[in-house]
Design a protein around this ligand. Structure first.
Ligand code: DGL
Length: 270
């Protein structure tokens, strides 16, 4: 049969568009559907049960829309919901489809780049509290020393387009890292928008791992290793963008984050 399946990308809001632009740049031929749960962003200060519930609905919607594989381009949802989705939801409902997260790819890049294995993680409160980054880094590098810092003010400001105001919080949030680490994971898909300012504060000697630079390559090798999935994917280079709440700010912000016009369509998640 003619391949007709798509790649889904899910984020709590619009920050995942930064990751999507890297996926599209690396793998331009595939067809993509983006879904941002803008009605419920930010996820970062919510409970695990809420985050799981929203994520499962979004995943269901993307599968119903014809996605073969979904990237959860949200660290908070990857930290709080991905394991249960992979271990319980997929086998019960969509055993031949796949859902991948963004934590392990970033952890792998960080461990590879770090000489000291003293690694920093800047993320939302709920990602930090989940301990998921610590767990994944230690699996690859059991000797690693991991310093985490929650940055609860950044996502709400970035989602409302206030990048300058978000920037003012950086010096405080980055203070625990400057003397200690040699590699920092930007553990939230919204933070790459402030990458230049973060690098300036940290100085050139600290590597900054940004998911908008590594996810395209990671998906590329995943698809190469899984021809049974990639052969089902259609290649018409189409992009659909769904959000659960549509405002004028979201239209402008989406365009800025994706570097291209983004025709957002409002949907309701059942
Ligand atoms: N982009 C999400 C992440 O990577 C933002 C989390 C939020 O909605 O607070 O964690």
């Amino acid at each position: 049969m003619h391949p007709h399946m798509k790649i889904g990308i899910f984020d709590s809001g619009l920050g995942g568009l930064i990751v999507m632009s890297n996926l599209v740049a690396t793998l331009p031929h595939y067809d993509y559907i983006y879904l941002g749960d803008t009605a419920h962003v930010p996820y970062g200060n919510r409970t695990q049960a809420e985050i799981y519930n929203f994520t499962e609905k979004a995943v269901q919607h993307l599968f119903d829309a014809g996605c073969q594989i979904i990237i959860i381009a949200c660290n908070t949802a990857s930290a709080e919901a991905l394991r249960k989705i992979q271990q319980e939801y997929l086998p019960a409902h969509f055993p031949d489809r796949r859902v991948l997260g963004v934590l392990i790819p970033a952890a792998e890049v960080a461990v590879k780049q770090s000489s000291t294995q003293i690694i920093g993680v800047l993320a939302t409160s709920s990602t930090v509290e989940s301990g998921a980054f610590v767990r994944e880094i230690l699996k690859i590098s059991p000797q690693a020393d991991i310093i985490q810092q929650a940055a609860p003010d950044l996502v709400p400001l970035i989602e409302s387009g206030n990048f300058d105001e978000a920037q003012q919080f950086l010096a405080d949030y980055l203070a625990p890292f400057t003397e200690n680490i040699d590699t920092l994971i930007l553990g939230c898909t919204h933070y790459p928008i402030l990458k230049r300012q973060i690098q300036e504060i940290l100085g050139a000697d600290i590597h900054v791992v940004s998911q908008d630079e590594c996810m395209g390559e990671k998906l590329h090798s995943y698809l190469e290793n899984h021809p049974e999935l990639s052969e089902k994917l259609s290649k018409d280079s189409t992009h659909l963008f769904y959000v659960t709440e549509l405002t004028e700010t979201s239209v402008n912000l989406a365009q800025k984050l994706f570097n291209n016009p983004v025709p957002l369509q409002k949907i309701t998640l059942e």
